[in-house]
Design a protein around this ligand. Structure first.
Ligand SMILES: Cc1cc2nc3c(=O)[nH]c(=O)nc-3n(C[C@H](O)[C@H](O)[C@H](O)COP(=O)(O)OP(=O)(O)OC[C@H]3O[C@@H](n4cnc5c(N)ncnc54)[C@H](O)[C@@H]3O)c2cc1C
Length: 393
């Protein structure tokens, strides 16, 4: 087993590191002071800067204009992007992986401009009464036999995207007699009947907003269907697996930055005539955080390696849940400890540790809560066998 990065991976990591440290990190303190508002022109500059160094569309195949990265390459990049606060990494142009199922017309309209950083889409699954249990989703798509259109109705919550997002991937059930067929629709925000009903603030100060939308008798043509009728559950699952691995990687990166800042501070801060780092009450929590960070990184990279080596997708699914569960819980523990090590300075919003403490909290909730990851892992232990879930896949 070889854990060394190849020269190509090392170069990619360095490129992502330079973008994160030189382009994004210098903006984060002002971004926090401005309550998460970045002038649109500056946001577009960030997108162009990412494109200039070929960091855009990383997980998308080359055939559709992406970088065609392996899962390991995606992980190496997200480990770097996770080292910026404010979710500023979301300025790297890209698209939800389900958009690779676009037909040529959809591609020209949604996927191509997303990769070029000219359009942004959101993915609307969650509803007021359907969160962890997506089976209770009420959003519907009723075919109108006369026109061939679909009539969409529903209310979607936490619909994430930057403030210039202008289309959504709407997850609804096509009503076909007694059947309910989960299906994705591409819907432009300016389609009549679609409106933003509420745009709440959240714990974090983030580049993305998470508004609520209501769709009332929204008419779309059959060509708005993405990936075929009845395909939504599988397509959304593919998205969850990819994003859970990315979350594992970003949490690993966040821990690395937190630890770097904490060690720098604790080895220079003197109290009671000694460096606070020489008090075990300070250094031991950092040692525990180092164990957390290293374990999270290994779990995530191993999951990426399994995905790239063609392991059983069901096992990869479970391993992605393990990586996301461990890394997100560990990153939050780590942020809490680092805030403590900084003392009063750790409570200041200008300190990245304070911002990470608020921002990492959501990684235990979105893309499936920690409890849902445990459910997935527990089911896999029974169905796939302990050995494949924790050992050789
Ligand atoms: C900032 C943010 C951005 C988001 N972005 C998006 C987005 O872009 N698109 C989108 O569709 N959704 C998005 N979400 C929604 C997110 O995926 C859901 O919040 C999440 O899946 C949990 O659903 P819920 O909030 O309805 O909580 P619920 O499902 O109501 O859960 C409440 C609590 O009960 C627990 N629970 C539920 N069922 C079980 C069980 N069987 N066993 C044990 N515990 C259980 C949960 O773990 C949780 O602790 C976002 C959420 C946030 C906060």
């Amino acid at each position: 087993m070889d854990f060394a990065l190849t020269p190509a991976l090392t170069e990619l990591r360095e490129r992502a590191c330079r973008y994160t440290q030189d382009v994004l990190q210098p903006l984060e303190a002002q971004f926090e002071r401005d309550h998460g508002v970045l002038p649109r022109a500056l946001g577009n500059e960030l997108r162009k800067a990412a494109i200039a160094v070929n960091l855009h569309g990383g997980s998308l195949p080359k055939a559709v204009g992406g970088q065609g990265w392996s899962v390991m390459e995606q992980v190496i990049v997200h480990e770097q992007l996770g080292q910026v606060t404010g979710g500023l990494w979301s300025y790297v142009p890209g698209a939800y992986n389900v958009l690779i199922h676009c037909d040529p017309v959809q591609r020209e309209r949604y996927l191509d401009p997303s990769i070029r950083g000219e359009r942004n889409g959101s993915y609307a699954i969650t509803e007021r009464d359907a969160g962890s249990d997506a089976r209770t989703m009420a959003a519907s798509a009723v075919p109108d036999q006369a026109t061939g259109e679909y009539v969409l109705n529903g209310e979607k919550w936490f619909v994430t995207g930057p403030d210039d997002t202008d289309f959504m991937i709407f997850h609804a059930n096509v009503v076909h007699g007694d059947e309910r067929l989960p299906t994705l629709f591409l819907v432009d925000y300016d389609t009549p009947g679609l409106r933003m009903s509420h745009d709440p603030d959240y714990m974090h100060t983030f580049a993305d907003r998470h508004p609520q939308f209501v769709l009332e008798d929204v008419r779309v043509p059959a060509t708005a269907i993405l990936g075929g009728i009845g395909q939504a559950d599988q397509l959304t699952n593919d998205w969850f697996v990819e994003e859970r691995i990315h979350i594992g990687a970003r949490c690993s990166g966040a821990m690395e930055r937190l630890l770097t800042l904490a060690v720098e501070w604790a080895t220079s801060r003197v109290q009671f005539g000694e460096r606070i780092y020489d008090f075990q009450g300070v250094s031991f929590p950092l040692a525990d955080s180092a164990a957390d960070a290293a374990a999270a990184r290994l779990l995530t990279r191993e999951c990426a390696w399994l995905a790239d080596s063609g392991a059983d997708p069901k096992v990869v699914h479970a391993r992605a849940s393990i990586a996301k569960l461990f890394a997100s819980e560990a990153a939050f523990r780590c942020a809490d400890r680092v805030v403590q090590v900084f003392g009063g300075r750790g409570y200041m919003r200008e300190n990245p540790a304070e911002r990470f403490f608020r921002e990492l909290r959501v990684d235990r909730i979105w893309e499936g809560t920690s409890e849902i990851q445990r459910l997935i892992v527990a089911r896999a232990l029974e169905k796939r066998g302990v050995g494949r879930v924790v050992g050789e896949a």
